[in-house]
Design a protein around this ligand. Structure first.
Ligand code: F6P
Length: 318
């Protein structure tokens, strides 16, 4: 009988293991065997896979990272690499493939779909930058990690009346910073969607100081500024003590939250159902608390607006 394959690709995200577990359980439920490819698309190209049985995944839902490991495969971007991947699948009688990853991984899934492979994609990225889905697996855990770190950093900020700049991940998506601010941690934010100039940041800081807040936390999305330059600018212009923390890879690790595990379970089961119903080329998501799927081919045209209402930020941040 044809087998189902699964791989995790791109940056690891907490909850990827919970998705693997759900997929294995669903496949077993429907009487299918399942194999896991190692190191993302690399494993597909190199034929590096093993049988995933229930025993292998029984206790993995609470583990961070991905037991299958992951990569950003340069070889898979080439036509030759993709042909080799298709060859691996055919040779081993694996005609369904589930890909857990972010935007780049989804592009790979779409290419395989176009080459005739039956695929389903599950969003696993801390960035939450796939606009067709309200949430991707990993985002909630990372948000909670950010909140935890920021609360700790604030203790020092408060004690020293410091201005603190904290850089969070997100690639080109500001959701981690925006949701942190909505959750009450972060006085000023600057994200790709709501980008502030140095002077605008200082102006907001001035307003906070005038209101009597002497320790302020500025949350910025990565890749936007030279942080040392920003820190220096604030110190000079505002005559305050400023310090910078880059949260870095702590944001990618740790035990997945209950939300991410449940989301992963729902999405994993949906992906298997779609494939077994003969539906290839779908990206599973969640919208308005319902599990949905959209065509990978139409992803770029998705216009679902999941951005936080700007007026909310205007009410909460000043
Ligand atoms: O996509 C997840 C992510 O952590 C981004 O937030 C970040 O920009 C990027 O991956 C870092 O990539 P790498 O792990 O390749 O350094």
């Amino acid at each position: 009988m044809n087998k189902i394959g699964i791989l995790t690709s791109g940056g690891d995200a907490p909850g990827m293991n919970a998705a693997i577990r759900a997929v294995v359980k669903a496949a077993e439920h429907y009487g299918r065997s399942i194999v896991g490819f190692q190191n993302g698309y690399e494993g597909l190209i190199n034929g590096d896979f093993y049988d995933l049985t229930y025993e292998k995944v029984e206790d993995i839902a609470s583990k961070g990272g991905t037991i299958l490991k992951t990569s950003r495969s340069a070889a898979f971007i080439t036509e030759e690499g993709r042909q080799q991947a298709v060859h691996t699948l055919k040779e081993n009688n694996i005609n369904n493939l589930i890909i857990v990853g972010g935007e780049g991984s989804f592009k790979g899934a779409q290419k395989l779909h176009q080459l005739g492979v039956s695929v389903a994609a599950i969003p696993g990225t801390i960035d939450n930058d796939l606009t067709y889905t309200d949430y991707s697996i990993g985002f909630d855990t990372t948000l909670n990690t950010v909140l935890d770190c920021v609360r700790k950093i604030k203790d020092s900020g408060y004690s020293h009346n410091k201005t603190t700049i904290v850089e969070v991940m997100g690639r080109y998506c500001g959701d981690l910073a925006v949701y942190s601010a909505l959750a009450g941690e972060g006085e000023i934010i600057s994200t790709p969607e709501y980008k502030l100039t140095f002077d605008e940041i200082c102006h907001q800081l001035e307003k906070k100081i005038q209101k009597g807040k002497s320790d302020n936390l500025i949350l910025v999305t990565e890749r936007m500024y030279d942080l040392q330059e920003l820190q220096h600018y604030i110190q000079e212009k505002m005559q305050v003590s400023a310090r910078t923390t880059v949260l870095g890879f702590i944001q990618r690790g740790g035990e997945p939250s209950a939300f991410d595990r449940v989301l992963a379970a729902k999405m994993g089961v949906e992906a298997v159902s779609l494939l077994l119903n003969g539906q290839s080329g779908a990206a599973v998501g969640i919208r308005n608390n319902r599990i949905i799927h959209v065509s990978l081919d139409e992803l770029e045209e998705q216009t679902a607006d999941k951005s936080v209402n700007e007026s909310l930020l205007r009410v909460l941040l000043p």
